[in-house]
Design a protein around this ligand. Structure first.
Ligand code: DAH
Length: 338
């Protein structure tokens, strides 16, 4: 056995390992060279016949053959295994049942806002927007809210360190629109409001309103009643009744609160309407002339009506949702029903 024979043999063996097409071929290569009766043990046995001067070199080369061949076999095995895994992954089992994907749905609050927006847009209203973080001026002062009015109390309103506040109503959007636009004005402003209310079945510190404002030369309480009645019928169905009760708001004069007949019991009285047959939707009225002059309008030339309605209220009666908290728990099993 000469040194050169071993170098040639190593090259041949490593080549066979690297080109093995399947794990069984690879195993055959291993047995042929490294197995108990393979070529390498035979070479080791023949080492004693090699001339003593050549022995160390032949021994070293035999070891090198063993190590390099083993490494080639290992790396080829790994490559073959990876390839067969990929092959399996590619195979597609057409008998497997399909995978269901859950289809999302719009949040009930969003649905009410979208429906209301489309109803009011048929009446010529466009959508206006304002910031959630408001100035006291827009949220209270310009809306003619007296300094001592209970709604300004820090027990009811979230004041921020900066002197700003989280708007308690969408009414400040009225002010922002009128400050920037000459009459006539016909807008609705859906948005989020914040109050320091303790949470219960009908109250949440965070809720939504849709504000409405219509300013022109001749606008009357009859327009307000007619428009809100039309809206109520479109939203709740033809049979809904609407009721106005005298009330007070600093920004309207006269002011009313308005109720829809209970959608759940049809006005007969049930748990949802607390057996009154009516559900309070929110406030409205003729815009107070002081508010008009606060934004630079001439109260002798223009007048208007305004309203603000609670979105969650409408969602709850329209969809029969008994507790406002359900709307804010983000449980898709609940939300997906609407
Ligand atoms: N901002 C009032 C509230 O939060 C609702 C309201 C009443 C809005 C009368 C109006 C209005 O625009 O004219 O309770």
């Amino acid at each position: 056995m000469k040194a050169q024979d071993l170098v040639d043999l190593k090259q041949k063996a490593v080549g066979e390992a690297a080109s093995a097409a399947a794990p069984s071929d690879l195993e055959a290569v291993r047995i042929k060279y490294l197995g108990r009766n393979g070529l390498l043990p035979e070479i080791m046995k023949g080492l004693k016949d090699v001339a003593p001067a050549d022995r160390p070199e032949v021994g070293r080369l035999a070891n090198e053959l063993k190590n390099e061949l083993q490494a080639a076999i290992d790396s080829r095995r790994e490559a073959l295994e990876t390839a067969s895994g990929a092959q399996k992954a590619k195979a597609f089992d057409t008998t497997l049942p399909g995978r269901w994907r859950t289809l999302g749905s719009r949040h009930p609050v969003t649905q009410i806002i979208e429906r209301a927006t489309s109803i009011f847009s048929t009446m010529g209203f466009t959508v206006a927007d304002g910031p959630d973080i408001e100035t006291e001026h827009h949220n209270f002062d310009a809306l003619n809210t007296p300094q001592e009015h209970p709604s300004r109390d820090p027990k009811d309103t979230f004041y921020l360190a900066s002197g700003l506040l989280l708007r308690t109503q969408t009414s400040p959007v009225q002010i922002r629109v009128m400050e920037n636009q000459k009459p006539p004005v016909r807008i609705i402003a859906p948005g989020r409001c914040y109050r320091r209310d303790a949470t219960d079945a009908t109250h949440s510190a965070n809720f939504h309103q849709i504000e409405g404002l219509y300013i022109d030369r001749q606008v009357s309480m009859a327009d307000l009643k007619g428009d809100l009645t039309y809206f109520a019928r479109q939203m709740m169905g033809e049979n809904v009744q609407i009721r106005f009760r005298p009330h007070f708001f600093p920004f309207t004069e006269p002011s009313v609160e308005y109720d829809f007949s209970c959608h759940v019991c049809g006005g007969k009285g049930c748990r949802v309407c607390k057996h009154s047959g009516w559900i309070e939707i929110s406030g409205a009225g003729m815009v107070n002339p002081k508010v008009l002059s606060n934004v630079g309008y001439n109260p002798n030339e223009v007048m208007g009506y305004a309203f603000g309605m609670g979105v969650e209220r409408i969602a709850m009666i329209l969809f029969g949702i008994p507790d406002i908290r359900l709307l804010y728990e983000n449980d898709v099993r609940f939300l997906g029903q609407y």
